[in-house]
Design a protein around this ligand. Sequence first.
Ligand SMILES: Cc1cc2nc3c(=O)[nH]c(=O)nc-3n(C[C@H](O)[C@H](O)[C@H](O)COP(=O)(O)O)c2cc1C
Length: 197
Amino acid sequence: MPSPLDQAALNQLFLDAHTHNAWQGRPVPDELLHRLYVTFRMGPTSANSCPARVIFVKSRAAKEKLMPALSEGNRAKSMAAPVTAIIGYDMKFYDKLGKLFPHAPDAHTWFNKDEQTTFTHAFRNGTLQGAYMIIAARALGLDCGPMSGFDNAMMDQLFFSGTAVKSNFICSLGYGDPSGVHPRNPRLEFDEACSIV
Ligand SMILES: Cc1cc2nc3c(=O)[nH]c(=O)nc-3n(C[C@H](O)[C@H](O)[C@H](O)COP(=O)(O)O)c2cc1C
C-alpha cells in the first residue's frame, strides 16, 4: 500500500524546489537521462498515448544549433546548463496506439478525427508528460529550469524537421547553483484556486 512520502521528499519535489537559472559544472551522465525517461514515462496519459517526444540537447554542437531559437533572456543560462530538454508532442501519436493500447484496436480513431482533436490530446498529454519529467528529475536529484521563451517555429525547423513533432517547452537540467535562484513568488491560496463542492 502506498504511504505518504516523508517531509524531506515533499520538500525536494515541491516545497523547497525552485526553478533554476544558474548551473554548477557537474555533468549529467547519459545513464541518468535514460533513468529519467523510464521514470517519467510511467505517468498517466489519455489511452496511454504517450505523445511527448524529448530531445536532450547536450553536446556543444547541438547547443550551438539551439541558440538562435532562444529568446535573448534565455540564451546565456540555457547555454550554461549541462542539458536542455526540448519537450515536444507528436501530432501522429495515434500511430503508436497499437503498441500502447492494444486492447482497443480502434483507439486511433478517437484522436485522428481532425487536426484540432489531435492537437488537444497531443498538447494536453504531452504537457502532462513534461510536468512528470520535472518532478521525476527532482526525485532523481536534478534541478530544472523550464522555459517557453523561444521561437517554436524555428525550434521545430531546427530539431523536428520532417517529423510530425512540434515543440512545447524546453527545460534546463543539471545541478543548480543556488545563487541563481530568484526569490519565491507567492502562490494562490486554496480559496483563490480551488473549491470543494
Ligand atoms: C512552461 C514554463 C515556461 C517558463 N518560461 C520561462 C522563460 O521563458 N524564461 C524564464 O526565465 N523563466 C521561465 N519559466 C520559469 C517560471 O517563471 C518559474 O518556474 C516560476 O516563476 C516559479 O519559480 P519557482 O520555481 O522559483 O517558484 C517558465 C516556467 C514554466 C513552467
